[in-house]
Design a binder for this molecule. Sequence first.
Ligand code: FAD
Length: 393
Amino acid sequence: MGAGIVGLSTAYKLSLSFPEAHILVLEKENKVAAHQTGKNSGVIHSGIYYKPGSYKAKNCKDGRHQLVEFCTEHGIAMDICGKVIVATDEDEIPRLEAIYERGVENEIEGIEKIGPEELKQIEPHVKGIAAIKVPCAGIVDFGGMCVKLRELLESGNGKVEFGQEVRQIKKEGDEILVKTKSSVFKTKYLINCAGLYCDHVARAAGIKSPVKIVPFKGEYYELRPEAEYLVNNLIYPLPNPEFPFLGVHFTRMALGGIECGPNAVFVFKREGYGKLAFSFKESLESLTFKGFWKMAAQHWRMGMDEYKRSFSKKAFVKGLQKLIPSVREEHLKVSPPGIRAMALQPNGEILDDFYYEIIENQIHVLNAPSPAATAGLAIGDEIVKKVRTEFGL
Ligand SMILES: Cc1cc2nc3c(=O)[nH]c(=O)nc-3n(C[C@H](O)[C@H](O)[C@H](O)COP(=O)(O)OP(=O)(O)OC[C@H]3O[C@@H](n4cnc5c(N)ncnc54)[C@H](O)[C@@H]3O)c2cc1C
């Protein structure tokens, strides 16, 4: 279930591998890509950042290649425009070197270390002392990709049913009963790709996973048209290695416009996009999880900075000015946020890599963080492989 990019890519790949099967995607909203997939930065990640040998490293690169082919074939808005990862002072050079080395180990095509002159030619308004040029990164319309995946699925042996929120999953003989508010569905096999609610769905199926999803909002501003000249393509800072986010960056969007962000703030409601959104039940769930407090104790300083940036446009702009000193508050207008499903372990550690739990005839995707949108089609292949080996099909 779940008509985000992971669920739809999985359903599409299953439909190609098992043309005799009936594939049904249950989605609680009334459209595809309603949450993380449709509210993200729209960046095709290269795979440079990830630990060599990890699922992320492998699936990001493979997924990127498949994505480019898919979008080219189906006319989805996409541009392999390249990006720069910029060091703005000497202290950051060792981190730049470390990321470059990772990129080499991950065999990311065409990466190059460049100096301030070449950086100026690529992005004239950026102030940096060195950078990594990543020509294979790009931008895409992930929402458009999901619409096409649904169309392809439904022109074959699959269907997406909207308005079906899965609430209960029960084994009955060799079948699985999936209950939603209005219907009961029977199936032999089930794959949970419910994004922000994947742990709830797993729990509804009786899985006692130690991993819990904690929601982190990413807020954006957009450059007003008269300030768009400041950015050509994708401009990233060096990420803080202790945090799983990439830092606020400038992103040209595939459907037009330039976004700045996202930050990363803990929120009290998983799909609470408004500034004051609150759910008592979901807050209690996060705040009574000991992993949450262990993480908070470790990262409180960073968390406070992020809250400051959330409530003060001035503080947000100050972060952006590290990369582009001439950007000003009046250049920016608020743009809609997205919310990340961050998987936390009871010891407070953030689960970094993609993660699945499997019980009889069920696969639960319990962590699909960035770059899962880039990697979607490769994750679909990975799940098909698991279906074959684990379900003996
Ligand atoms: C702010 C932000 C920026 C990001 N930037 C990038 C980027 O630039 N590039 C990149 O590659 N990745 C990026 N990511 C990460 C990427 O968007 C996610 O990893 C990816 O979209 C996850 O896809 P998904 O299908 O698992 O989740 P989702 O897209 O959230 O889909 C899950 C679906 O399940 C449905 N669902 C939930 N519960 C139920 C239920 N009980 N019954 C039925 N349906 C249910 C939801 O309605 C939803 O449609 C970003 C994420 C965020 C939030």
